[in-house]
Structure formats: structure tokens, C-alpha cells
Write a protein that binds this ligand. Structure first.
Ligand SMILES: CC(C)(COP(=O)(O)OP(=O)(O)OC[C@H]1O[C@@H](n2cnc3c(N)ncnc32)[C@H](O)[C@@H]1OP(=O)(O)O)[C@@H](O)C(=O)NCCC(=O)NCCS
Length: 214
């Protein structure tokens, strides 16, 4: 299993594998930080080139992404599936996942103590952090980040590449667009359109963002 990245969020994903007792074959990838060394925690190899990944993928082509930024996650998803990788999810054993009609897309990382009610859908490449709560009938797009202790109330929708800040609360039926950043601690009481930053209680749009172009 390859974890793409070897710094902050990659260490959090490692903990999930540890909890699952699946650390035997863990390998990291980092071709950006030159000071990173050959091993993380003096134990887990860190690859830094595509040839090494190609070799690894002959034996085991599973990878997940240990980097938080949604756009970077998307680009790395494209790169490593292009190398023949299979994008896989990680779900902490302490996450509580509803038993009825819950869909978690490929490559999503669900961290400790998050709660999914029933009839919840999240797309691919998402991060659902510690203690986040997704209540019934929420629909979350691809490469979305739900930060620690954020709460999505009934039937909320969150568009692709959006980030919901720590401790933010999204009220029932609210639709949040694509490429939106909701600030930490916000209370979102009205729909939020694509490409903007909003924060506060009630949340107000404070800045427009350039639409994403890939
Ligand atoms: C909303 C956010 C994206 C704004 O970032 P930014 O554009 O860089 O804003 P700045 O830090 O320059 O702050 C601009 C102003 O907004 C205020 N502000 C920033 N974030 C705020 C928030 N969440 N709620 C209320 N006010 C906020 C600042 O105090 C500052 O006010 P001032 O102009 O009176 O000094 C960011 O502050 C935030 O909340 N990000 C979410 C972080 C998070 O939850 N991460 C989880 C990672 S796991």
C-alpha cells in the first residue's frame, strides 16, 4: 500500500492503517521534500521517483493520498492512477458508519470518531476528519474536505473540491457549491454558490475565488 505524501496528513493516514493492523506493507511517496530521508519513523520506506512506484505497483498497486489539499489530491489521483494504481479508501475502525445506503467513494479517508448516518453519499478522494458528523441524506461531491468536528445536518449537499472548516455547522437542506471554502466555526444558514469563501455566524461570502481549471 502506497501512501502518497510523507508529511502531515500522511502521518494521520498511517495511524488508520496502524489501527487496522495493516502496516506491514506501507510505503510512502514524496518527490518534493529533499530533506525527507529514505524512511519515515526509521521504518517505512519513502519512494521518490516513478520508476520505484512502477516496481511497487507490480506487486501491489493500491494507493491512497496523504495530502490534504483537494486540488493536489485530484492531481495526484490522476498521476497515480495513470501509473496503474488503484485508488483505495481508508476508514478508521472508530468511525461510525450507518448501515443503510451509505456510499463512500474510492480513495476517501475517513478518520477517527467521525459519524455517518444512513443515506449518506460521499464522492471519491474526500477527507472526513476527526469527530465530523454527516447526518441523514447528505450528499458530498468529489475531493471534498470535511474538517474536524464539522457538522452537516440533514440533506445538505457539498460540491466538488469544497472545504468545510473545523467546527462549522451546515444547517439542514443547505447546498454548498463547487470550490467553496467555509471558514472554521461558521454557521451556514443559506445556500452558498460556487467559487467563494464564506465564514461567520451566520456565514457571509467574504471573497470570490477563481473557478478551477484543470
Ligand atoms: C476562512 C478562512 C479560509 C479565511 O482565510 P484567509 O482568507 O486567509 O483569511 P485571513 O486569515 O487573512 O483573515 C481575514 C480576516 O477574517 C477573519 N477570519 C478568518 N477566518 C475566520 C473565521 N473562520 N471566522 C471568523 N473570522 C475569520 C480574520 O480574523 C481576519 O479578520 P481581520 O481582517 O479583522 O483581521 C480561514 O480563516 C479558515 O477558517 N479556514 C479553515 C481552517 C480549517 O478549519 N482547517 C481545517 C484543516 S484540518
Amino acid at each position: 500500500m502506497l501512501i502518497v505524501g510523507a508529511k502531515g496528513f500522511a502521518k494521520e493516514i498511517l495511524e488508520t492503517f496502524h489501527q487496522l493492523d495493516q502496516i506491514e506493507s506501507i510505503v510512502f511517496y514524496d518527490d518534493v521534500n529533499e530533506d525527507i530521508g529514505d524512511y519515515l519513523y526509521s521504518r517505512f520506506p519513502i519512494l521518490n521517483n516513478e520508476a520505484a512506484v512502477n516496481n511497487l505497483f507490480i506487486k501491489n498497486n493500491q494507493f491512497t493520498i496523504g495530502i490534504g489539499n483537494p486540488i493536489l489530491r485530484f492531481k495526484l489521483y490522476k498521476k497515480f492512477t495513470g501509473l496503474g494504481g488503484k485508488f483505495v479508501s481508508t476508514i478508521s475502525p472508530t468511525a461510525q458508519i450507518g448501515n443503510y445506503e451509505v456510499t463512500i467513494g474510492e480513495g476517501s479517508n475517513v478518520l477517527d470518531n467521525s459519524i455517518f448516518s444512513n443515506s449518506v453519499v460521499i464522492g471519491k478522494g474526500c477527507i472526513v476528519y476527526y469527530n465530523a458528523i454527516l447526518t441523514h441524506d447528505c450528499i458530498v461531491g468529489d475531493f471534498v474536505e470535511i474538517s474536524p468536528s464539522a457538522i452537516l445536518l440533514g440533506r445538505c449537499q457539498v460540491g466538488n473540491f469544497s472545504q468545510i472548516g473545523a467546527n462549522a455547522t451546515i444547517l439542514p437542506d443547505i447546498k454548498i457549491g463547487v470550490n467553496v471554502i467555509i471558514g472554521a466555526g461558521a454557521t451556514v444558514t443559506k445556500d452558498i454558490p460556487d467559487n467563494c469563501i464564506a465564514f461567520g455566524s451566520p456565514a457571509k461570502i467574504i471573497r470570490e475565488l477563481e473557478p478551477l481549471i484543470f
